[in-house]
Design a binder for this molecule. Structure first.
Ligand SMILES: [Zn+2]
Ligand SMILES: [Zn+2]
Length: 473
């Protein structure tokens, strides 16, 4: 059983109802039951974007509040996975600090194994070729197992035999799990009899097979909800992220129907802007995450969210300076800010995922990023700037659109109505590359010099040269 008691936490008004005020909850205790462990989690910090830090005994963890409710704090409670398999060996006598198996006959070992509870009875013990073997009785059947394997929790063979644990028609609901058992069968896999169940997922409608031992321990049980299978026409890339289609070469087009947007499969993507095929492969999930393939030729190093936000402000008739330098912000020191509105003296930061959670292969830890963010904000405020942060952790049209529509601070300074903004146009703007524009200009007008291009695009001549060179590589 898993339970959290959030009813004692302070609340704040939210629309017509109310929600938990996590900021005011710092210092509060949350009573919980996590399988066989009962205790209190302490909220020790609140971070922007609905993240909290909780502690239990000597350990702490930062997680999304929604993940708290999904019980994603197992690692705080258990030291390692094996704790899932708990054996109560208190009935077994000891000799010289070792289990005395010879005198254990007739003793019982209560256990909890991947959510299953039961009792093993020791009915015999013998040594063979230097190894110790126990005879175990479980549900009226006898089994032989090496004592070391028992201590390591390798009892699947023992408890997998015999009766089915779940019955046909039974519905299992727990956290994110909501499945109904439709059919069951026994299959021999590498000499172990496994019990398989066909289930219907009441969340998404998917039907599939699952091993009995996995039902209790997996978060979803449904492999579709867990993101492991694709339903054609429903959760394939073509349907869920159609914007990705132009990134696939013809030979990879089949993957649009057979993979999901977060697939780890690698492809050699083609740049929809300039047609270049990347020489190094990329994971589909990475393309999805960045909404870009960082094209070796036309990439101008302006990210999807940055281009999106620039176009959004353009539609509001606000012209922002991208990455202002010392000429615009003499006080900025060695810090880089994303955007600056010189008319209103406002700094606008567009924050990607690494500002909210640890991102693999990113050159800074979350903590380092947070420290820098705080210093940058303090410096800007000290210099009489207003400071707005736009949460762009997902490079997705709908996500950023919702953030902008619900950004109270932003609305106060830049009032706008939903209908005034063409968000589709914002996404279209992310599909343009200034580098490519310059290259095409040069192609159309071969006589134009780098110096003239530099003047036209307000860039320095060296940069123009570098951009054109990339296309000629
Ligand atoms: Zn499902
Ligand atoms: Zn390109």
């Amino acid at each position: 059983m898993r339970k959290l008691d959030l009813t004692k936490l302070p609340r704040k008004p939210y629309g017509k109802t109310s929600c938990i005020d996590w900021e005011a909850s710092v210092g509060c205790l949350i009573p919980f039951v996590f399988d066989e462990v009962t205790g209190y989690l302490k909220i020790i910090n609140h971070l922007k974007g609905n993240y909290i830090t909780i502690s239990y005994q000597n350990k702490s963890k930062t997680l999304r509040t929604s993940h708290l409710c999904a019980f994603k704090f197992r690692d705080l409670i258990y030291k390692n996975k094996r704790r899932l398999q708990k054996f109560d060996l208190s009935n077994i006598p000891k000799k010289n600090n070792q289990y005395d198996w010879v005198h254990s006959i007739g003793k019982t070992i209560p256990f909890s194994w991947n959510g299953r509870k039961g009792t093993l009875l020791i009915v015999g013990y013998q040594r063979k070729n230097g190894y110790g073997y126990l005879r175990i009785q479980y549900e009226k059947q006898e089994y032989q197992i090496r004592n070391i394997n028992l201590l390591n929790g390798k009892i699947s063979k023992i408890i997998s035999y015999g009766k089915y644990h779940y019955s046909i028609g039974q519905t299992l609901i727990e956290q994110k799990k909501d499945i109904t058992i439709l059919e069951r069968k026994k299959v021999k896999q590498s000499n172990i009899l496994r019990k398989k169940y066909k289930y219907h997922c009441n969340t998404c409608g998917y039907e599939g097979w699952i091993d009995e031992t996995l039902i209790a321990i997996s978060t979803y049980a449904c492999s579709h909800c867990a993101g492991k299978v694709v339903i054609k026409g429903k959760t394939d890339i073509k349907t869920e992220a159609p914007w990705m289609i132009p990134y696939f070469q013809k030979k990879d087009a089949i993957l649009l129907n057979t993979e999901r947007k977060n697939s780890n499969k690698k492809i050699y993507p083609i740049c929809p802007i300039c047609g270049t095929i990347r020489k190094t492969p990329m994971q589909i999930s990475t393309i999805y995450k960045y909404h870009s393939i960082h094209c070796p030729k036309c990439s101008d190093n302006v990210s999807y969210p940055e281009k999106f936000i620039l176009e959004f402000f353009k539609q509001l008739n606000v012209s922002l300076i991208y990455q202002p330098k010392k000429t615009e912000l003499p006080w900025c020191g060695h810090y880089f800010y994303d955007f600056y509105d010189p008319k209103k003296n406002i700094i606008i930061e567009v924050n990607g995922m690494h500002h909210y959670q640890e991102v693999k292969h990113y050159n800074r830890t979350l903590q380092e990023t947070k420290v820098i963010d705080q210093k940058k904000k303090a410096l800007a405020l000290k210099n009489n700037m207003q400071y707005i942060v736009i949460d762009c952790r997902y490079s997705e049209l709908n996500y950023i659109r919702n953030v902008l529509l619900n950004h109270k601070e932003l609305h106060k300074i830049y009032p706008f109505h939903e209908n005034e903004i063409d968000f589709y146009q914002c996404e279209q703007a992310t599909m343009k590359s200034l580098s490519y524009k310059i290259y095409m200009d040069k192609k159309k007008h071969p006589t134009i010099t780098n110096k003239e291009l530099a003047q036209k695009y307000r860039m320095n001549r060296g940069t123009i040269g570098k951009i054109l060179n990339k296309f000629h590589e």
